[in-house]
Structure formats: C-alpha cells, structure tokens
Design a protein around this ligand. Structure first.
Ligand code: NDP
Length: 250
C-alpha cells in the first residue's frame, strides 16, 4: 500500500476531486480526514467510508476562510491521529462573471477561499510538519493558474497566486523536511462545472487535445503520487494534469 498508515487531510473533501482523493488515499492504506463546510453530509460520508476501509476516515468541519477553524483542524488531527503526513489543499469555488460586472464581494469571496484559504491551510500544515520534521503539502491550482480565460478574473488571480506561492513555500520548507507542490487540473467532471451551459462545456472540452473532460480520479492519482514517498525529490512543482490543454493547439 502506497500510503500505509499515513495521516492525510483533504480540504473540500466531501465532493469532486477532494472526495475522489479521499477514496484513493483510503484504498492505499491511509487514515483520512475529510475537512469541508458541509457538516451533515460530510459526517455520514466519513462514517460510510470508515466502515468500508481498514484505515480511519474522519470528518471535521472546516471553512478555509476561518483561521481558527483551520488551526483547530490541524491541532485536533495531530492530537487524534498522532501526525499529519500529507495535506490536499483542495477546497475551492468557481464563479464566472465579466470583469466589469464583478462585485467587490464576489471578487473577494473567490480570493478568500481559493487563495487566502490555501495560505491558511498551508501555514497550519507547516507548523505541524516543522515540529514533525516531515510532511507533504499539495495545493490545488489549475490550468487557469497559467492561462487566462474570459470571465474568470478572480479565479485566475487566485490560482496564479497558488502556483507561485507554492514555489515560495517549497523553498522555505525544504530544509525542514517538508515538500510543497501544486497540481494544475484541466477541466474535470465535478459539480464545479455545473454553472457552465452545454455550449460552453463543449467549447472547453475542445481545448483539451484528448477531447474529453478529466475524471476526478485522475487528479486523485496525481495527489497520491505527490503525497507519497515516491515523490521524495519533488518540491515546488506545478504538476499539470490536463489532457494536453497547456501543451498548445493542434
Ligand atoms: P467541488 O465543488 O466538487 O468540490 C469543492 C469542495 O470544496 C466542495 O465540497 C465545497 O463545498 C468545498 N468548499 C467550498 N468552499 C469551501 C470553504 N470555504 N471551506 C471548505 N470547503 C469548501 O469542486 P472540484 O472538486 O471541482 O474542485 C476542487 C478543486 O479543484 C478546487 O480548488 C478547484 O478550483 C480545483 N479545480 C477544479 C477544476 C474542475 O474543472 N473541476 C479545474 C481546475 C481546478 P460545497 O459543495 O458545500 O460548496
């Protein structure tokens, strides 16, 4: 088992890419904490997954916009499981809007979850992992961290920030035994895409040379690699998992 006995936190773990990653980690022998804002669904989900796997699956409420909740998540997990070996800093939201119509509130909300939230979680993880002298943090970025796209000013600003913040965190933490990487998914078939109409979706699919959306499990596999000791010499990377989207046009 590739993650045997590792303790892993997945933010936004109750849906989409996060949920697929939770399942993949459990399959590989890890104990996993689902951290999400949705309490009732999350608790039932964790109970079900816990019963189906040898590793433990716990649920903890955590809104990544709340520093106290984030710090409590890490302190409680360390107290309960003994360590935090890897984190998938995955919670995020979409939000399409032409830039001239984007309100302060909507702009700031996307930045607060998708960028500031990633920092809050990474900072809490570093504090625990520095004490341990080991750990792996994986931030969820996007192809929209390296490409622009109309109606996504806040989202692209946040994801671009995540890509470059990952490099700084990796440089700071490498001497302390901690690795920090990012994953850049192409368009993945999750509830995040529900706001797209069919025409937009078909247009986006056409931008992937593989001619399809990615599956959440395909991002989970990238997380699994970066979280595991197989990636022991990988830090500061932005691993694009995008069906060729960023390779260019055919
Ligand atoms: P989902 O909407 O399926 O999952 C996101 C999860 O994060 C949900 O459970 C959501 O809860 C939760 N969440 C939202 N806000 C917060 C918060 N403040 N604190 C904690 N949890 C929160 O989306 P995906 O699985 O698609 O997205 C996961 C990550 O992947 C995001 O960072 C996204 O930007 C990134 N990504 C996704 C792509 C895609 O095409 N799907 C492409 C590139 C990157 P709730 O459902 O209650 O809102």
């Amino acid at each position: 088992m590739r993650l045997q006995d590792k303790n892993i936190i997945v933010t936004g773990g109750a849906s989409g890419i996060g949920l697929a990653s939770v399942k993949r980690c459990l399959e590989e022998g890890a104990n996993v904490v689902i951290a999400d804002i949705e309490e009732s669904d999350g608790a039932a989900l964790a109970q079900k997954l816990d019963a189906e796997h040898s590793g433990r699956c716990l649920f903890k409420v955590c809104d990544v916009t709340d520093t106290t909740q984030v710090d409590t998540l890490f302190n409680d997990t360390q107290a309960e499981l003994g360590s935090v070996d890897a984190v998938f800093n995955n919670a995020g939201i979409g939000g399409l809007c032409p830039s001239d119509e984007l309100s302060d509130d909507d702009y700031l909300r996307i930045i607060d979850i998708n960028l500031n939230g990633v920092f809050r979680v990474a900072r809490a993880a570093l504090r625990v992992m520095y004490r341990q002298g080991s750990g792996s943090i994986v931030n969820c970025a996007s192809i929209l961290g390296v490409f622009g796209q109309s109606q996504t000013a806040a989202y692209t600003a946040a994801k671009g920030g995540v890509v470059n913040m990952t490099r700084t965190l990796a440089i700071e933490s490498a001497p302390k035994g901690v690795r920090v990487n990012a994953i850049g998914p192409g368009y993945i078939d999750t509830p995040l895409l529900d706001e797209l109409d069919d025409e937009m979706l078909q247009g986006l699919i056409a931008l992937h040379p593989m001619g399809r959306l990615g599956r959440p499990e395909e991002i989970a596999n990238a997380f699994l690699f970066l979280a595991s000791d197989e990636a022991s010499f990988v830090t500061g990377a932005h691993l694009l998992v995008d069906g060729g989207f960023t390779a260019g046009k055919s």
